[in-house]
Design a protein around this ligand. Structure first.
Ligand code: BGP
Length: 508
């Protein structure tokens, strides 16, 4: 038995990266709406923070990492027009914001979903833009037009028998909550998020079964603003914000379990497992420590229901005190998730001492280059076996079903004159990763529920804002400057994936 009969084959996107219509039908601004782009208009960068080896990427990246107290953080460098006090960037006239228009899914969702159906999708992972439902984050009543839009999207999916898998917060919280409260650093956000989730559960519980509470919750380590609305480099604020997010996630799980027993709630973590640089015990210890603090802390808390000891000690050493109130621990314990979802792009490397080692780019973070792995055009290492390793690791640790909700290859595709796109490199990438998932199921006995590859239709890149970093089975004729017809064309991988789904992965 390899892929189970009801395996959720599909693709994944996020509202801010494809919908566009950023102010239509009452939508408020989100944190994604103030982010400019790679391409022509770049972010201005706080140079002192940038390591020299990173400076050459500045033209391409809108997140740049720096290190403070041993912790990598992202410095999102903006044009310096900001809201007073919070420092949150403003939309600047004449600047280019790719998410505002994105690929116009807002008006083309029917056509796009029809193409997904043509591939035979069983599931589509998408997000609800919180700011379409509560434009300012704090209204008493939700925005009916926003709710209606997702009703139509879900109805369209269900028409084709496609199961929606919905992320409640995917790097797109209402901007005003960041400006007023520094996002989740303020406990008020727990209630506001809860209210938003209550609203969408109430409305869509009979249409949507699978929900993910926060996209890549652990990415707060390097991207506190997009992840949690915290526009600050202060590590304490990020720690508090992520504690509040996990608390909010637990409350929402509890709500679902008590009021909507048919729903299944998952956490979502960015899973970049660190291999030790050498077999030196110190490197192994560093790999363990780094995995615990960067990834396991978040899944341990949401899957096991308590904050692990290694994290409590780490916070104690740093003099950071989490605002744990009476009953919070009880909430964490009761609100554990039903399944685990992950994004998987690559593995990393940990070394007790990394000075002088060659570095590689990563999913918004840098890490030591792995000489055994090839890298993508954007410098991300490619490691299919690492996915099998990750699945085994997670299953050993938690024994919960796992959904792979992001994986894929960002590449430059060429649209030929006859409108074909020959993306054999993408087919090879996906094939190799799916083969390892198959082994994890077949040989190792891991319970994998589904696979939704990232950016099934080309969309705006999260880290660089580019369109040219394409992941899709469906090509969108739009370039980095948003020139093009927006017409959709199936790539070779479209037909390949269709066959994979048809044969339930038996003919990889
Ligand atoms: C993840 C995000 C996605 C997505 C993906 C690919 O971290 O959850 O939103 O964009 O990475 O990254 P990029 O778009 O930067 O290539």
């Amino acid at each position: 038995m390899s892929f189970p009969k009801n395996f959720l084959w599909g693709g994944a996107t996020a509202a801010n990266q494809l919908e566009g219509a950023y102010l239509e039908d009452g939508k408020g601004l989100s944190v994604a709406d103030v982010m400019t782009c790679g391409g022509k208009s770049r972010f201005k960068v706080d140079l002192p923070y940038i390591k020299p080896e990173y400076q050459r990427f500045l033209s391409k990246m809108r997140y740049v990492t720096y290190e403070k107290d041993g912790i990598e953080k992202a410095c999102i460098a903006f044009k310096k027009e900001t809201y007073p006090d919070s420092g949150v960037p403003k939309i600047v006239e004449g600047e280019f914001y790719p998410n505002h228009k994105a690929i116009d899914f807002y008006h083309r969702y029917k056509e796009d979903i029809a193409l997904m159906a043509k591939m035979g999708f069983k599931a589509y992972r998408m997000s609800i833009a919180w700011s379409r439902i509560y434009p300012d984050g704090e209204e008493e009543k939700p925005n009916e037009k926003g709710l209606k839009f997702y009703d139509s999207v879900f109805d369209e999916l269900l028409k084709y028998g496609i199961e929606p898998v919905v992320t409640l917060s995917h790097y797109e919280m209402p901007l005003s909550l960041s400006i007023k409260y520094q996002g989740f650093a303020n406990r008020k956000l727990v209630d506001l998020y809860y209210k938003y989730c209550e609203t969408v559960f109430e409305r869509y519980a009979d249409k949507v079964k699978y929900w993910l509470t926060f996209n890549e919750i652990n990415s707060i380590i390097h991207s506190a603003f997009v992840n949690a609305g915290v526009f600050s480099k202060d590590q304490e604020l990020s720690e508090i914000a992520s504690y509040h997010q996990m608390l909010a996630s637990a409350k929402v799980c509890q709500l679902a379990h008590e009021k909507y027993p048919g729903l299944r709630i998952g956490c979502m973590i960015s899973s970049s497992i660190p291999y030790p640089y050498t077999c030196k015990p110190e490197d192994n210890l560093e790999a363990l420590r780094s995995y615990d603090l960067r990834v396991n802390y978040y899944s341990d808390t949401m899957v096991r229901g308590y904050i692990p000891e290694y994290k409590l000690k780490d916070l104690e050493r740093k003099g950071i005190k989490l605002p744990i109130l009476d009953k919070d621990l009880e909430v964490l314990k009761k609100g554990i998730v039903d399944f685990i979802s992950i994004s998987y792009y690559q593995t990393s490397i940990a070394a007790a001492k990394d000075e002088g080692l060659k570095m590689a780019e990563g999913n918004m973070i840098r890490h030591i280059a792995n000489p055994y792995l090839k890298i993508s055009e954007w410098g991300w290492s490619i490691d299919p076996v690492g996915l099998r390793y990750t699945l085994n690791y997670l299953y050993d640790r938690y024994h919960k079903p796992i959904m792979i909700v992001e994986n894929g290859l960002g590449a430059n595709d060429i649209l030929n004159e006859d409108k074909t796109i020959h993306d054999d490199y993408r087919i090879a990438y996906l094939k190799n990763h799916l083969s390892e998932i198959k082994k994890a199921i077949e040989i190792d006995g891991v319970d994998v529920m589904g696979y939704t590859s990232w950016g099934c239709i080309d969309l705006v890149s999260c880290s660089s804002g580019q369109m040219s970093k394409r992941y899709g089975f469906i090509y969108v004729d739009f370039d980095d400057d948003q020139k093009g017809t927006l017409i959709r064309y199936p790539k070779d991988s479209f037909y390949w994936y269709k066959h994979i789904i048809e044969t339930n992965g038996e003919e990889l």
